[in-house]
Design a protein around this ligand. Structure first.
Ligand SMILES: Nc1ncnc2c1[nH]c(=O)n2[C@H]1C[C@H](O)[C@@H](COP(=O)(O)OP(=O)(O)OP(=O)(O)O)O1
Length: 175
């Protein structure tokens, strides 16, 4: 079946690392899309906001910390069976922050060792691209999900030397 995209929505996803202690900060989603999954911090753009501005804002709103650095490391394009709306998630890596990670209405933050990431309670694509993310390799991913969003049906993940501003849909590998 061809994967048809009629519209895409932009999202950010920020993953904060404590590189010295090999730990990653994740948040348990307490409401809405991705409920009861561990994930990074992020969300939709607000009107007039750039993708980077949205990444800083979402991290602060959801984990109560202010990133000092913020590097875009990849973009994942998520599509779903019988849904022409794609989610384009811009993934950021941050290694320095101010403040203390604090539980909010939306997320409960917790540090995990790189060796103990709770993939069984995360989006199923995460275990596929996290290894590139953790080693600091820039990437572009495409993941096509089952309608119930529980299974990745098709995937393409590639290393790149430059992450574009936005995903060029004409260059999609899964189509
Ligand atoms: N498949 C997958 N893997 C990893 N991360 C994600 C996905 N799908 C996703 O949507 N995400 C990420 C992208 C975003 O960081 C969040 C979803 O954002 P959401 O909570 O819906 O957006 P907000 O703007 O914060 O929403 P509300 O404030 O309106 O609740 O998950």
């Amino acid at each position: 079946m061809p994967i048809i995209i009629e519209k895409k929505k932009l999202f950010t996803l920020v993953l904060t690392l404590d590189e010295k202690n090999r730990k990653i900060l994740l948040g348990m989603k307490k409401r809405g899309f991705g409920l009861n999954k561990w994930n990074g911090f992020g969300g939709k753009l607000e009107p007039g906001e750039t993708i980077v501005q949205a990444a800083y804002r979402e991290l602060e709103e959801e984990a109560m910390i202010q990133a000092v650095d913020m590097d875009k490391i990849g973009i994942n394009l998520f599509t779903f069976e019988n849904d022409p709306v794609a989610l384009e998630v811009h993934v950021f890596r941050s290694t320095e922050y101010k403040g203390t990670p604090t539980e909010t209405e939306e997320m409960r933050p917790e540090w995990f060792s790189y060796d103990n990431i709770p993939f069984d309670t995360m989006w199923p694509d995460d275990r596929i691209w996290f290894p590139l993310f953790l080693k600091g390799q820039q990437f572009l991913g495409e993941f096509h999900f089952s309608e119930d969003q529980k299974r990745v049906l098709e995937q393409d993940l590639r290393e790149v030397s430059h992450v574009p501003e936005e995903y060029d849909l004409t260059q999609r590998k899964l189509a």
